[in-house]
Ligand binder design. Structure first.
Ligand code: UDP
Ligand code: MG
Length: 137
């Protein structure tokens, strides 16, 4: 079993797409080990995305991620990290495969509806950024 970290981003929560995204997650066999709705502060968004701090999109991204609530998730499954990335689709919805969350729901490359850890080391940073051990079952 592997765990990954996921976010249903502000654009999707605002448009009331959380239920549809959660249904896809469960249909693909993920177990929801942890879930909560929170609104990130600007500083919390910057800390989460610190690896991108030199990128041109960093400021806009952190403003977007803190503008309204998100749903943060810890998902569990064999091969969870890669399988969640597959279910999300490419970062830019224009390049995402048909039937993926980003193809079907994303507004654009920034407001792309979902986040997923990209490697085990990333998941190991991201899961405890949001969840204590007692919140994961
Ligand atoms: N992003 C953006 N412009 C870009 C690339 C990325 O606004 O040119 C945003 C987008 O919301 C993306 C996030 O920054 O999901 C993190 O980028 P990353 O390259 O890690 O993509 P991801 O891992 O989310 O597919
Ligand atoms: Mg990434």
């Amino acid at each position: 079993m592997e765990r990954t970290f996921a976010i249903i981003k502000p654009d999707a929560v605002e448009r009331k797409l959380a239920g549809q995204i959660l249904a896809r997650i469960e249909e693909k066999g993920f177990t929801i080990a942890g879930m909560k709705k929170i609104q990130l502060t600007r500083k919390q968004a910057e800390g989460f995305y610190y690896v991108h701090k030199e990128r041109p999109f960093f400021n806009d991204l952190c403003a977007f991620m803190s503008r309204s609530p998100v749903i943060v998730l810890c998902l569990e499954k064999e091969n969870a990290i890669a399988d969640w990335r597959t279910l999300m689709g490419a970062t830019n919805p224009a390049n995402a495969e048909p039937g993926t969350i980003r193809k079907d729901f994303a507004v654009n490359i920034e407001e792309n509806s979902s986040h997923g850890s990209d490697a085990p080391e990333t998941a190991a940073f991201e899961i405890p950024y949001f969840f204590s051990a007692l919140e994961l079952v």
